[in-house]
Unconditional design. Structure first.
Length: 70
């Protein structure tokens, strides 16, 4: 419900960069991760990018700040 602070943005970008490199080196792992769920991934997008953004989104959604109101 708020934009990230500059230091938080850096942490998220660093996470994306690290996950992107890991999934680029493990294409099967990236494809397995993005195959989970009801919707199919857009075939025109890079699976490593999608998997890396999935990791970032998962991190954000698992923060106490996201889960706890008040």
């Amino acid at each position: 419900a708020r934009p990230p602070a500059p230091d938080e943005s850096k942490v998220l970008l660093d996470l994306f960069t690290a996950e992107r490199a890991a999934f680029a080196a493990n294409a099967d792992g990236a494809k397995s991760l993005i195959a989970i769920g009801e919707s199919k991934p857009d075939a025109s997008l890079d699976p490593a990018d999608l998997a890396a953004w999935t990791a970032v989104a998962s991190t954000l959604l698992n923060l106490d700040e996201t889960i706890t109101k008040g």
